[in-house]
Design a protein. Structure first.
Length: 160
């Protein structure tokens, strides 16, 4: 399926079913699709990961998402317009509010170095076969990406 910004609900349902069939740990979705996707992940090992983008309502989206058992983590996207406008204080305040809300509901982990190879290896050693590892955050080079690929067997979910 071609990556695009707008999907019909039937497409979202099919992509959700595909994620479950492939055994993805989480499926990144628009928060508006939590109710639509929940029936397709309930009772599986796949969770939902709402991606919050809208600046004004990010913390509200996190609070709403926390009400669903199928939501296992939150993915917060920084306001790129503010970054390009060099409004770093606003970006920091926005991300801090989101992190505080996500931590309040236990919807995120925290590792300041992101997917550093030693951190990922430690997670793999501790978890064994009990869970899948999703290396994300602070991946800035192709070499780092390829190093993680060689360490982890994981499904790649495309954000839509």
């Amino acid at each position: 399926m071609k990556i695009q910004e707008i999907y019909y609900e039937k497409d979202i349902i099919e992509l959700t079913k595909d994620g479950v069939k492939l055994g993805c740990a989480t499926i990144c979705i628009n928060p508006g699709y939590i109710e639509l996707c929940t029936p397709y992940v309930e009772g599986t090992d796949t969770g939902l990961c709402p991606v919050t983008i809208s600046t004004e309502s990010k913390t509200t989206q996190i609070e709403i998402a926390a009400g669903y058992d199928t939501v296992t983590e939150i993915d917060v996207v920084a306001n790129f317009g503010l970054i390009r406008s060099v409004e770093y204080e606003k970006v920091t305040a926005d991300l801090k509010a989101c992190a505080d809300a996500a931590h309040k509901y236990g919807l995120t982990g925290y590792e300041p170095r992101g997917a550093a190879p030693d951190v990922v290896q430690h997670m793999m050693d501790e978890a064994g076969e009990k869970c899948k590892i999703k290396g994300s955050g602070c991946i800035r080079t192709r070499e780092h990406f390829l190093q993680l690929i060689s360490m982890i067997s994981f499904d790649v979910c495309v954000r839509r």
